[in-house]
Design a protein around this ligand. Structure first.
Ligand code: PHE
Length: 346
């Protein structure tokens, strides 16, 4: 009966059961379809009486199927939403995380140490002209010191007719800073430099940091104090001992090379103590000196009014020393295993 059909539909517990009922009632062989076929064999009077009943039955069964289907689908969706809720309290799987490269890290540390001493950061181009890289630094053409730099040259000259090259040191930033900012001046210039050289302790690209102070009455004592303060802060040790050795750079006069004392501890170099102490030795860490008068002039300043000191050091070497690394080339291999060994990668 109709009542029975409707209650079976209302009681269908899932979509498969409901589909089976639809076929049972309305399918080609279905019971209601069967009833509809009987209409054709009826007399007009009978058909008038039975027609509306059978059609009404088909309509109400169709409606019941549709509404039960909607109800079951809504219930299924609700159940899925409930079971697929994201549990925010579950610990997430570890994602490998990148980290700052040791060279960048050390450049940041250096900038911070020098910022505390009132130094601003200056920059210059890595593609330089030979005037800024050499001539203005008191290395005119055919100066023998030029040959020591193993310079990468470009085939073409710039619009001013100057030879173009990859800067061989950060010292050209001294010239650019004086010209751009005048005096007094207190800057550091970290960056990449290039020399055609490659072995266990040299890479064709490496990093330097330059320092320049221009002011009135500047003397070697200021240089010594600055370097000592900087190295103690950078290595985070009070027992850093410096040795200043007379040297030669075309752009400084007098020139001083600076060594720090170190010893081997557990197979690695550890800075600290005098290099003359038992078990200790000296290691060169930077070049420096009082800025040559001709360099101050090239910077557009009067050397009778302004004096200064400058220094330059290899960032990669400082990083190796601070973190106990022993192969310079590893810095540029990008090997995550090496980086994480030194705590530079998650
Ligand atoms: N530019 C020198 C070098 O690359 C280092 C230096 C800088 C020396 C400033 C003295 C003063 O070796």
């Amino acid at each position: 009966t109709g009542q029975e059909a409707l209650s079976r539909i209302a009681g269908a517990s899932d979509l498969d059961t409901l589909e089976a009922l639809r076929v049972e009632f309305l399918g080609k062989q279905g019971s209601i379809s069967g009833l509809l076929k009987t209409l054709g064999k009826m007399s007009p009077d009978e058909r008038k009486a039975e027609g509306p009943k059978i059609h009404g039955l088909r309509e109400s069964v169709t409606e019941a199927l549709t509404s039960r289907k909607e109800a079951l689908e809504t219930a299924a969706l609700d159940a899925r939403l409930a079971s697929e809720t994201i549990d925010l309290s579950l610990p997430a799987p570890d994602q490998p995380r990148g980290s700052v490269h040791p060279v960048s890290q050390v450049m940041d540390e250096l900038a911070e140490v020098f910022a505390d001493m009132g130094f601003a950061v200056a920059t210059g181009p890595e593609i330089e002209d030979d005037w800024h890289n050499f001539t203005a630094l008191n290395m005119p053409e055919s100066h023998p010191a030029r040959a020591m730099h193993d310079t990468f040259y470009f085939p073409d000259h710039n619009d001013d007719g100057r030879e173009m090259l990859l800067r061989t040191h950060t010292s050209p930033v001294q010239i650019r800073s004086m010209i751009a900012q005048g005096a007094p001046l207190r800057v550091i210039a970290p960056g990449r430099v290039y020399r055609s050289d490659s072995d266990a302790t040299h890479t064709p690209m490496f990093h330097q940091i330059e320092g320049l102070v221009i002011d009135k009455g500047i003397h070697l004592g200021h240089l010594k104090w600055t370097l000592e303060t900087f190295l103690k802060a950078f290595f985070e040790r009070d027992d850093i001992v410096l040795r200043l050795r007379p040297s030669y750079f075309p752009f400084t006069e007098p020139s001083v090379e600076v060594d720090v004392g170190y010893a081997y501890e557990g197979g690695r170099r550890v800075v600290g103590g005098s290099g003359d102490a038992p078990g200790h030795a000296w290691m060169e860490v930077l070049g420096s000196g009082m800025v040559n008068r001709r360099v101050i002039e090239a910077g557009g300043l009067d050397p009778d009014e302004w004096q200064g000191f400058a220094f330059g050091t290899g960032v990669d070497r400082l990083a190796m020393l601070k973190y106990g690394m022993d192969d310079l080339r590893a810095f540029f291999d990008g090997d995550v295993r090496w980086l994480s060994h030194y705590g530079f990668s998650a």
